[in-house]
Design a protein around this ligand. Sequence first.
Ligand code: NAD
Length: 495
Amino acid sequence: MAPNVSSSPGRAGPEPAPLPLLVDGAARPAAATETAPVLEPATGRTVARVPLCGPADVDAAVRAAAAAFPGWRAIPVPDRVQVLFRYKALLEREQDSLAASVSRENGKLLPDARAEVRRGIEVVDFACGMPTLAQGRTVEGIARGMDSHTWRVPVGVVAGICPFNFPAMIPLWMFPIAVAAGNTFVLKPSERTPSTGLRLAELFQEAGLPPGVMNVVHGGRDAVDALLDHPLVRAVSFVGSEGVARHVYARAAASGKRVQAMAGAKNHLLVLPDADLDLTVSAVMGSAFGAAGQRCLAGSVLVPVGGAAEPLLERLASEARATRVGDPFASDSAMGPVIREDSRARVRRYIEAGLAEGAALVVDGREATAGGNGFFIGPTILDRVAADSTLARDEIFGPLLATVRAGSVEEAVALANRSRYGNAASIFTTSGKAAAYFRRNVEAGMIGVNVGVAAPMAFFPFAGWKSSFFGDLHATGEDAVRFYTETRVVMERWA
Ligand code: NAD
């Protein structure tokens, strides 16, 4: 049986001009003449055009950032964060328009987009603490007559390369902290959702940044490679798929840059027979089908243990069938579209592969594709998926939940640990002992206990493991402060 579908209302308009870049404090057209359409996933319409920048545009932005660096780092930290306090006020003022921009280009529901903007603003809150966060340490008398202290100094020009799935929050993981720490920044938003990142940078400029501290280029592979190769870029923050993360990590490191590359995921949701069923069903639905399954923390493998399977699948099936798939701006929609037609085709291919591999179809979202030209596909649940099948192993990044049954919590944890990814894992149980076993033994960086999405919060690092992360210091929290600063050790003798 198919989930509910509602078709999207039209939002037609004239063919848009290419988005500008932000370079040296001003909007300017790209030198690159090639552009790509930015589609609204709910309607398939072109809502913007994005220039596909190459080395020339990237060089202009990086040089502007490099020229602004000495002046910006010379400004005292408490004065630098005054700009962030003003930025926070502008983000609060603009949060509805930012959320609308996220929903339009990404397709996630408007309340979800608002929550994303809120999570991003929290990073600005965190970065406002830079006068405390950037403090070093001192030891009086490290040797006879000598004192030693460490300083945290900015690295220089930082590049941020972002995915489509959090057009506001992921850029905000990066530049508020980097800039508050005294660096200058070049942002490359996803070419599929470029408008929100550009708007975030314009607002930062409006908050009173000197020209060149915050810059934006657009495009795909050519723009990314030009950033990775540019000798004036000292550090690269990347978030995206595993293959591109490996490429970014290797290529940026080859030219001596520091890199943090957050990558793909395959997150397991373990449900024990003693779990609170109401809480679990609601959390699993949100985790697997929120943002149409396009979160790097989305639960994509359900692992019911023993007798948990039957009642859980029955409840999930009825909720999934009742999920109204439609326009992200409509208050009665419960799930929006996926980002592009090829994403929908990929989900369909995995459903077919799963069935060929012997899985059982519990809810079939393939029928939920009748809503106009939008890229809709409904929540899909498969049961009795083989643990080593492609469906259970690959990142699918869509509203598809694969069920792999386990006989014990130990077996369930071992199953989750066979994944090459380690972004997140959750357990649903009322047993403290089982939760403790899970927390100690599961190989993932973000752990949920009776929580479907162990979401990144600005004040902690986002700690993906294994092939979900390449690097050392993670995004946000103290890790980010350390990533965006070098340690300088000073030894002094005055006697
Ligand atoms: P993507 O890898 O396609 O794109 C990410 C960025 O890389 C974009 O800016 C894009 O322009 C650029 N890019 C794409 N192909 C490239 C290439 N061949 N060479 C150089 N640059 C290239 O990712 P996406 O589809 O936009 O985002 C979804 C992916 O991001 C999923 O795999 C998801 O798990 C992952 N993700 C991970 C996290 C995390 O924190 N671990 C968070 C969000 C998303």
